[in-house]
Design a protein around this ligand. Structure first.
Ligand SMILES: N[C@@H](CCC(=O)N[C@@H](CS)C(=O)NCC(=O)O)C(=O)O
Length: 207
């Protein structure tokens, strides 16, 4: 592993996008600083100079600035753990990891993540649509995980880290995980990775 210059992660504790980056920093054993960038901070000129989209997470590594959670995951592995099991080199597995990173940025983001944000913080969005996207995703994942240990390979990869938080915390958006035993077993396996830490729970909505 290369030595790291000073790494800073801009995020917030309840952000699943920031969580996936922070958990990889921990699993790679990389020292980092953490700057909490709440919604007001994200609109300041200083933050917009880092990410004109005004979104967290942002990673600053010396003079390098990387925006977007899955881009940051790729950067960290390629820079500090190239060729590792987090992002295998063989074309089939790499494509499968990429597929799940895309799902993390699409179905996971607009399904369980949106349901949680609408429920917890009144974020703009349609709860019914988010629940429908989550139901379609979870139906697919339940079958996918019926005979697999992890999402993209027989071992944990970036795919599992990227998808974990918003699915594990889906009940905070009013989505019951009880009908999905294979998903719940997979969440348990990811949470059991040595050094893995979860996001803090938020209150469950009244049913
Ligand atoms: N595609 C981005 C999405 C990140 C994202 O949506 N972050 C949220 C917080 S969890 C955010 O900063 N939202 C503010 C905004 O979009 O204005 C990524 O994967 O990093």
């Amino acid at each position: 592993m290369n030595s790291s210059p000073s790494i800073t992660l801009y995020g917030t504790p309840p952000s699943g996008h920031a969580h996936r980056v922070e958990v990889l920093l921990k699993l790679l054993g990389l020292p980092y600083g953490y700057v909490t960038a709440t919604a007001d901070v994200r609109q300041t000129p200083g933050f917009l100079a880092l990410n004109p989209l005004g979104q967290i997470p942002v990673l600053q590594d010396g003079d390098t600035v990387i925006c977007d959670s899955t881009a940051i995951l790729i950067y960290l592995v390629e820079k500090y753990a190239p060729g590792s099991a987090w992002l295998p080199r063989d074309p089939e597995t790499r494509a499968e990891v990429q597929r799940w990173l895309s799902i993390a940025s699409a179905e996971v983001r607009f399904g369980p993540a949106t349901a949680r944000a609408v429920t917890q913080w009144n974020m703009a969005g349609h709860l019914d649509t988010a629940h429908a996207i989550a139901a379609r995703l979870f139906g697919f994942m339940e079958g996918h995980l019926a005979d697999r240990t992890f999402l993209a390979a027989p071992h944990p990869t970036l795919a599992d880290l990227a998808c974990y938080a918003y699915i594990a915390h889906a009940p905070e958006g009013g989505i019951d995980l009880a009908p999905y035993p294979h998903i719940r077993a997979w969440l348990g396996r990811v949470a059991a990775i040595p050094g893995f830490t979860d996001m803090a729970p938020l209150p469950l909505p009244a049913r």
